[in-house]
Design a protein around this ligand. Structure first.
Ligand code: ZN
Length: 489
């Protein structure tokens, strides 16, 4: 073994090999290799195996004690909202809608979209999320959209811009000449594996189906549609039925949440080959419905994972994997207990959830031949989880379980995107975090000024509903006197 490279040694184009890792290939057989190497040359994975011969001048990264897996893939994140990171920690979907659609969303200028996207994009690669779908539904103008493209192009990650505009109906904005020009200008050069394109809008399910026009635009452009489906009381089975009856459900369609749907809707999704993007932390806190893993399992529907928005949560698929596995098990136990039964064997395994965080995303995006697994010839999107100073990184007995329940984003040692090292030895390489910090700082200052300190504080701290404390049969008091007590004393 040669001396460990420094970040400066990892110049773009130089071959890189990870040595002596536990490798989760996530290939069709889910091969797991111990003490194995992963060699990257150019943009691709050249070889996976033990004791690999490598080209002269290859940078050698010691992965002993670590896990190498494919870059993780987030199929739904409103990246622009990262400018308001954590602000909505105590929200439900109701507060989100009020704030986002009626108050704050409108205030976003192109530079604010840029700021949020930039920070979110850098955060993603730092956490080992090498591909993110930017579910960008606040593009009031094409200037906003250009700002999103600028931000995503300036960060060395893989992205898909899912274009949307909550300030107008989808059949309005998607049919304008400006939108067509934008797509032509930015996405007409054939498929771009670093920055893909989708159209993002929701279908509440009104009988006239005005969204038909937007679906026709997507079909005409040959791009997929992604849609928040099965959101409690917002998007319903009628929306799915209308999409199906008009022939707009395809294998490329991504249904986000899909948490409040009937079996009929799941059958339609399964029959047309679409997939569901689960945002378990979102579904649990915001209230779209219970994360539907067990229903998707029963219907044979493909799953990918997502974090939805950093206005609540972070762009961290370790959290997504953990929450998703736990939610599935909670449900199984709870339902069994209600039948007076015991679950003795879990249906959902850590291995499956790691698949959803990697391969599942690649399949959902139609990029399975390019990314999602560590196989020779695929694009080199690779993550090394290794942290020699963490007591939680050994022993490494059940590597899938380790990824899901033990590791966290701070353990992401090295990240490679398209053959380029973008994080090494726990530090970002070639991402301008200072610029993101400055841009986000300006956006926060501007938004606080627009809203005023009172509205700002109110938005962050919704009222807490009253909790009635039960009277306790084991404490003794005179209930009549208690009810008539004088609070002023
Ligand atoms: Zn969403």
């Amino acid at each position: 073994m040669t001396a460990a490279p420094t970040a400066a040694d990892l110049t773009p184009g130089r071959p890189v090999v990870f040595r002596n890792a536990t490798v989760l290939t996530m290939d069709d057989a889910h091969r797991m290799l111990r003490g194995a190497d992963v060699l990257i040359t150019g943009e691709q994975i050249a070889a996976v195996g033990e004791g690999l011969e490598v080209p002269e001048g290859t940078a050698e990264i010691d992965a002993t004690g670590g896990i190498v897996l494919p870059g993780m893939i987030d199929t739904h994140r409103h990246m622009w909202q990262t400018a308001m990171r954590g602000y909505g920690a105590d929200w439900t979907l109701t507060q989100y809608f009020v704030w986002n659609y009626l108050q704050w969303g409108k205030s976003f200028r192109p530079q604010d979209i840029y700021a949020g996207d930039l920070l979110s994009a850098i955060e993603a690669i730092d956490a080992g999320v090498t591909t993110s779908v930017d579910w960008s539904h606040n593009l009031h103008t094409v200037d906003h959209a250009e700002a999103a493209v600028d931000a995503l192009r300036s960060v060395p990650g893989r992205f898909v811009l899912a274009y949307g505009n909550i300030q107008q109906a989808p059949w309005e904005w998607s049919t304008t000449p400006e939108f067509r020009d934008f797509v032509g200008r930015n996405f007409s050069g054939g498929r771009d594996d670093m920055l893909g394109f989708q159209i993002a809008f929701d279908v509440p399910g009104s009988a006239e189906f005005p969204e038909k026009a937007a679906f026709e635009v997507a079909r005409d452009l040959g791009v997929p549609v992604t849609t928040h489906a099965g959101v409690w009381n917002v998007t319903t089975d009628d929306g799915i039925r209308l999409m199906h009856e008009h022939g707009f459900m395809t294998p490329a369609t991504i249904y986000v949440h899909a948490a409040s749907l009937s079996p009929d809707s799941y059958h339609r999704i399964a029959a047309t080959g679409g997939s569901v993007s689960l945002s378990t932390e979102s579904e649990q806190s915001a209230g779209q419905g219970y994360p539907p893993t067990w229903k998707l399992r029963e219907h044979g529907i493909g799953v990918s994972l997502s974090m939805d928005t950093s206005v609540w949560w972070s762009a961290d698929l370790f959290s997504a994997m953990r929450a998703t596995l736990s939610a599935d098990r909670v449900r199984e136990h709870l339902e069994a207990h209600s039948r007076d039964e015991t679950v003795t064997h879990h249906k959902l395994r850590a291995e499956q959830v790691v698949d959803w965080a990697t391969r599942g995303g690649a399949r959902a995006l139609g990029m399975d031949s390019l990314i999602g697994s560590l196989e020779p010839g695929k694009k080199a999107d690779v993550v090394l989880i290794k942290n020699d100073s963490s007591p939680a990184m050994f022993p490494l007995l059940h590597p899938y379980g380790h990824v899901v329940f033990q590791a966290q984003r701070g353990d992401v040692h090295t990240v490679v995107v398209n053959g380029r090292v973008v994080k090494y030895d726990h530090r970002l390489v070639g991402a301008d975090l200072a610029r993101a910090r400055q841009a986000v700082g300006q956006t926060v200052e501007y938004l606080m000024g627009e809203l005023g300190p009172e509205a700002w504080a109110e938005g962050m701290h919704p009222e807490i509903p009253e909790t009635k404390v039960l009277s306790n049969p084991y404490t003794y008091r005179d209930e009549a006197a208690w009810e008539n007590r004088d609070e002023s004393e």
